[in-house]
Design a protein around this ligand. Structure first.
Ligand code: NAP
Length: 287
């Protein structure tokens, strides 16, 4: 049985961990900014002086990708500097650190799924801040697992799935980008994988193999395909039209291709991953 601190637990992934935690016998400390601001090293230190934590799982992040372009300082504080504070605390208290990152650390110029050692080249402030956070965490604390994920959605919070359902019901026609290719990730599946890593590592700390890992659901699609599938599952009759990125300008540049290769996480931790369509169906049933 382990004691686990989760930061940013009011977000999509944090909420999914809260759901699954009920099925475990671990001691969980779920916190968000009101209970523990990860930008405040003194608060982290105070928390860990009163709570013993074998693991820290950092789900907290600045995830407003477009807003980050003009809110650079806040994005950097939360995504780049705070992982440093958490890694320092983990090192001091001998905790295993699981930190979540993003496919947006890549520039999207590849045509085959990205592996963990591929060259990073973020195109946005968000991606740059997340990459800096990864590097800060790894350089400070050897016992860190970074899990990069992509296109996260859940029945909790705001995300593409909920937006497509709402807009599909409001409108007869919708334009969705078809030249950004990636893989959606159901946050419940990622939470399951994280808990699996916690379970095996709490029984045997040697099972916690530090490093960078990629996790998304299986398969590949465009945002257009994703939207079509969401509408099909919900029997929404809206016409979805494919458009190019150049016809939908956004403040932040996003990679055209950011499919993640999951071979490493699957083989290291003996994890199996569902196809994105199966997981989407499961999530939509929860709505
Ligand atoms: N969402 C995606 O599509 C996506 C894709 C790839 C990777 N990721 C990564 O996956 C992880 C989880 O993402 P998510 O979608 O679950 O994020 P989310 O829903 O935005 O949740 C993040 C949580 O962190 C909280 N938070 C912000 N600043 C904080 C601070 N200083 N101290 C403590 N908590 C703070 C947020 O509170 P407020 O809401 O009040 O700010 C929110 O509750 C993140 O590392 C993210 O970068 C996400």
């Amino acid at each position: 049985m382990a004691s686990i601190l989760v930061t940013g637990s009011n977000g999509q992934l944090g909420n999914e961990l809260q759901v699954l935690a009920k099925q475990t016998s671990h001691t969980w400390h779920f916190t968000d900014i009101a209970e523990l601001d990860i930008c405040n090293p003194a608060a982290i230190s105070k928390f860990l002086s009163t709570h013993t934590c074998d693991f820290i799982i950092n789900c907290a992040a600045y995830t407003a990708v477009d807003k980050a372009e003009t809110d650079v300082d806040t994005a950097n504080k939360i995504n780049a500097e705070a992982p440093k504070h958490l890694a320092e605390a983990c090192k001091l208290h001998n905790s295993l650190f699981i930190h979540i990152s993003t496919d947006y650390v890549f520039d999207g110029t590849k045509h085959t799924p990205y592996i963990e050692t591929d060259t990073t080249n973020p195109q946005s402030i968000y991606g740059t801040s997340k990459l800096q956070g990864e590097q800060n965490a790894i350089s400070i604390h050897a016992n860190t697992c970074i899990i990069r994920t992509s296109w996260l959605y859940s029945s909790f919070g705001n995300n593409f799935v909920k937006t497509m359902i709402r807009l599909g019901k409001e409108r007869d026609q919708l334009n969705v980008i078809f030249d950004q290719i990636g893989t959606p990730t159901y946050a419940r599946d990622l939470a399951t994988a994280i808990i699996h890593i916690v379970n095996i590592s709490s029984q045997n700390t040697q099972a916690f193999i530090p490093g960078i890992y990629h996790y998304s659901n299986e398969g590949v699609c465009s945002w257009y395909d994703f939207a079509k599938e969401i509408h099909d599952l919900q029997n929404i009759a809206c016409t979805v039209l494919p458009i190019e990125t150049k016809d939908y300008p956004t403040p932040a540049k996003r990679p055209h291709y950011s499919v993640l290769n999951k071979t490493k996480i699957k083989s290291t931790f003996n994890i199996s991953i569902s196809h994105w369509k199966d997981s989407l169906k499961e999530c939509v049933q929860q709505l």
